[in-house]
Design a protein around this ligand. Structure first.
Ligand code: PLP
Ligand code: ZN
Length: 427
């Protein structure tokens, strides 16, 4: 049986090549549903190992290497790929692991993707689907990385990209990418949630294909963050996966990925998922602590602009992912985010502010006794250090409002004198 689209609410199914982003009957979120029984005979650890030794572009991509699990309906040659994925799984230095509070910490650095964030894993599949459906233009609302990625993949595919940002809250590196890659780049006088609502309405009414993370084909690509990480670990399952939560696309699809891998027998147990939200943008956390009585939304505020989202579109899927993985949700302050970032940066790894929520989150969950100090923990770093240079320079100059530069590395100025250079060397 071929993959289908299935509504997570009313359970209705639709053909995989139907042009829709949410359920036309009840407006629920759609899943790409694979025939796991058929896949069981097709995929194996050995198949994925073999592809690691190949120069074939599909095998080289850290998304399409796992194509049976991601988008088996796409004919070979139709993929819009730029070799995304293949990101490093760092073992944190003892100093960084100690800061987080655990003995064993690994960090999967999704900032090493072609445009500098995990969004590329979703755009290779999303833009491929757009082209299969015959779309000529693609649209997204973005806190920056979605637009940078979509603009690049759309350009590669010969599609026109239209990207919409909330005015004033997008990091410089990200806007620069969208403009450079040729997207029609627009600021909207509102926040991210207003911007997404506008773009969803536009995609309903106008002939343009929506590539926000409610698009289920995007999420299938992002699934490979988990698959590739487990492959890198020889399929040894960690105790915890820790991920920042904004629009909750990753959180949602990590749950689905792990559930499918377990059902297929590719892993022998499930790790627990920990979703970390910024204190000022934590609607999932609010519902979680209340036992899911209501679906909260908030006016979001945080320095971590990539997770500055008050009404996450993938909320019900993230809830389902927590159920599947016995997961937890917590929050971290902007101070904790920026201090964790300074530690990740100073370890030589580096990331953008939102990404550091994962390490700050580990630290918090260890403090609360939820993660044990000897647990095996994998954190996801979602974006590259250079996405937000302003946040770096203002932190180290100690010029951020309401944040203290606990680990400041001040820039110095000297006269051209050897004695002044000599005075800088460690004694
Ligand atoms: C998009 C993004 C996030 C948020 O991911 P969601 O899947 O929307 O929760 C976090 N960090 C970075 C760097 C991002 O670009
Ligand atoms: Zn439905």
């Amino acid at each position: 049986m071929a993959s289908v689209l299935r509504c997570m609410d009313c359970k209705q199914t639709y053909p995989i090549d139907r042009r829709m982003v949410t359920c036309p009957v009840c407006n629920g979120l759609l899943d790409v549903e694979h025939d796991l029984d058929a896949l069981r005979g097709q995929v194996s650890h050995e198949l994925f190992d073999q592809r690691l030794g190949s120069w074939q572009p599909l095998d080289r991509s850290g998304v399409w290497r796992y194509r049976e699990l991601v988008a088996s309906h796409v004919p070979d040659g139709a993929q819009v790929t730029r070799g995304e994925g293949n990101t490093t799984l760092y073992t944190a230095s003892p100093r960084l692991a100690d800061y987080a509070g655990v003995a064993k910490l690994q960090l999967k650095h999704e900032g090493e993707n072609p445009t500098g964030s995990f969004k590329d894993r979703g755009m290779t599949t999303g833009v491929t689907q757009a082209r299969l459906l015959g779309a000529r233009s693609v649209i997204c609302a973005s806190t920056g990385n979605t637009s940078a990625s979509m603009a690049s993949y759309a350009a590669m595919a010969g599609l026109q990209a239209l990207v919409f940002f909330p005015v004033g809250y997008v990091a410089l590196g990200k806007v620069a990418q969208s403009v450079a890659y040729g997207a029609i780049s627009v600021q909207v006088e509102g926040d991210f949630d207003d911007t997404l609502a506008l773009v969803r309405e536009a995609a309903d009414e106008l002939p343009v294909y929506l590539l926000n993370s409610i698009n289920p084909f995007r999420l299938e690509g992002q699934k490979t963050i988990m698959i590739e990480m487990l492959h890198q670990r020889g399929w040894s399952v960690p105790d915890w996966i820790v991920v920042p939560g904004g629009n909750l696309g990753n959180s949602s699809i990590f749950g689905k990925a792990l559930h499918e891998l377990h059902t297929l027998g590719l892993i022998d147990r499930l790790p627990r998922l920990a979703i970390i939200q910024a204190e000022g943008a934590a609607p999932l956390y609010q519902s979680y602590v209340e036992g899911w009585e209501t679906r909260h939304s908030v006016r979001a505020e945080t320095i971590a602009t990539a997770i500055r989202i008050g009404n996450p579109a993938n909320f019900p899927k993230a809830h389902r992912a927590l159920d599947w993985t016995n997961g937890v949700v917590t929050t971290v302050s902007d101070q904790a985010i920026m201090d964790a970032k300074a530690q990740i940066d100073a370890a030589g790894i580096g990331c953008e502010p939102a990404s550091a929520a994962s390490v700050a989150g580990v630290r918090r969950l260890v403090d609360e006794g939820i993660i044990a100090p000897d647990d095996d923990v994998v954190g996801v770093l979602t974006g590259h250090l250079l996405k937000d240079p302003d946040a770096v320079m203002h932190y180290h100059a100690d010029t951020l409002d309401n944040i203290t530069a606990t680990f400041a590395n001040r820039m110095l100025t000297i006269r051209p004198s050897l004695a002044e250079v000599a005075a800088l060397l460690p004694v």
